[in-house]
Design a protein. Sequence first.
Length: 357
Amino acid sequence: MLVFRQLFDPQSSTYSYLLGDRAAGEAILIDPVFEQAARDAALLRELDLGLVATLDTHAHADHVTGAWLLKKRLGAKIAISAASGAEGADIRLADGDRVCFGGRYVTALATPGHTSGCMSFVLDDESRAFTGDALLIRGCGRTDFQQGSAHKLYRSIKTRIFTLPDDCLLWPGHDYRGLTSTSVAEEKAHNPRLGGNISETDFAGYMSHLGLPHPKQIGVAVPANMVCGRPADEAAAIDGPGWGPLTFTFAGFWEIEPAWVEEHGAELQIVDVREADEFSGPLGHIVGARLLPLGELEKRAGELAKDRPIVTVCRAGARSAQAAAILRKVGFGNVANLAGGMLRWRAQNLPAQGARD
């Protein structure tokens, strides 16, 4: 029996895909996300599946792969296209290679164009294919960096993906509208960039005028993915503090979700590092939070107790991430950043003192 799960990372709108052979107890994970490694490991444990390998469709520019972290935690081999140029892989895939899990397998299909090293993965019975950023639902990946080529992408889709059976379900690497899957027949008929009789020239002209900004995480994600997600601080990524459900970011700090902080606030030291006018401003502040502006934090760190966990807070999570680093530097071990800051706290309708709607 095939086990199949589509998983989602809300920060990058990335889909990861778990495929498992129930009888053999083996699985693979396509396009894992670094910050979601704990979630993925928990799911595998609950499903009683061993992770054989992680497969990345390409070296991503919008998130860091969880391949290295899952290898360290679960022993999974790292697989990625040899053409990607990524270092640290156990399996450097070529077109037509198979990656097996139990009695099932996926076949690597070279589909360059979004990047030079893109691959799609086709399930053994051709009932499903995982297209990464090459082909999206009614769209496709951009072609303006990482050795991208509109001409190569057009041929990859038309001669590789579109030659799969019409009823083959296609599962993309991203979707920004909440759509989950499509099919070869649907995209051949309805994809506005590639469907019907659209020519290679039409497509290349369309792609050359997209005018998209670069992904926000490109400066971190691409270098990290060229080493398969291996962070500079390996020990911190593997062995974290155990006082709460923390997520280790590739940037090198721990984050925690607002809902858990709201529930356990009495056990924590909540340190708000905004300025005083922000603390009393429209977003309000967390009940019980202590105001220690970022510029004063290091010299006032002695006001905090080292035997209670600290959660740092700011408007959106950037200054508080820096605050967490400062506190670690001066000897505080149990520190986490509030993911998304007060903006996410308010978006989740959690109580805030002094807030104005």
